[in-house]
Design a protein around this ligand. Sequence first.
Ligand code: UDP
Length: 329
Amino acid sequence: MNILVTGGAGYVGSHVVEELLKTGKHRVVVLDNLQKGHRDALLGGEFVEGDLADEKLLDKIFTEHSIEAVVHMAADSLVGESVQRPDKYFRNNVTNGLNLLDAMVRNKAKYIVFSSTAAVYGEPIRTPITEDHPQTPTNPYGESKLFFERAMARYDHAYGLRHISLRYFNAAGASPSGAIGEDHRPESHLIPIVLQVALGQRAQVTIFGTDYDTPDGTCIRDYVHVTDLAAAHLLALDALAEGAGSNVYNLGNGEGFSVREVIDMVERIVGKPLPRVEGERRAGDPAVLVASSEWITKELGWRPQYDDLETIVRTAWNWHKQHPQGFGS
Ligand code: UDP
């Protein structure tokens, strides 16, 4: 299949590209504006530097490469920033995303796999969260992703554009190949931050809130290995190619770990204690986010290969140790 991967130079995107290339059966074209992605994170495929705002460029890519399917991961994805800059999130994630859907319709591309998020659920009223849990996002990031899911459903009805949305819980870890990993600038995610403390690049990690209604008072999250996430995109593409209808699936391991448990695990793996301080809650953080991924397990046969926190942290540490300055080092 000829596949366009938007945001393919980003963290999850580059791991999706790695898995697509491994199959040997796809031609991969990556579109990324490199605002957050890294050219060095791309292990192959054809690269186009550009933006979804550029409709002419989109038409050129679709026609020149006879694109049949899209994996759409280009987006802004920080909850806190989305509260400060809703304009940026609605423009990039919604307006520019609609440019992509329109280009697909114009150029008769048939399927899209969309990178969605647990943030579409808002504060959970029951856990583990199933896909039919009420969707009441509490920030513009979650709203922008939910809007796009709904737009795709309408485009399916009107134009026959089939889609699968994958709602990621906490993407973590690095490729077991050791070739690519997580490099956000600035870094805001828990595991890479603790690894930067281990590397002596930060003095300490701050725990955001210790008064949550959880056993140790810190937030609980469902960490899912980025290569397992990537594998789900390939299953979704195959299902759509075989005629599956539009759908939405959660991606998580169904097991939650507290912030303290994650820091403890990193300490065990790096083999030394790491300075931690207790801080205020971070705005917009629900206490517990744990997925039920039964639907995708049953319907697409998704089976995570790296589903324990120890392996997730070990693969991340392996990459960070080898690339202390991230990509470009
Ligand atoms: N967290 C923390 N300190 C940090 C970064 C994150 O305590 O320096 C917490 C955060 O409040 C959340 C969990 O770690 O409960 C995971 O946060 P992350 O930013 O990695 O992912 P998110 O849940 O926002 O997708």
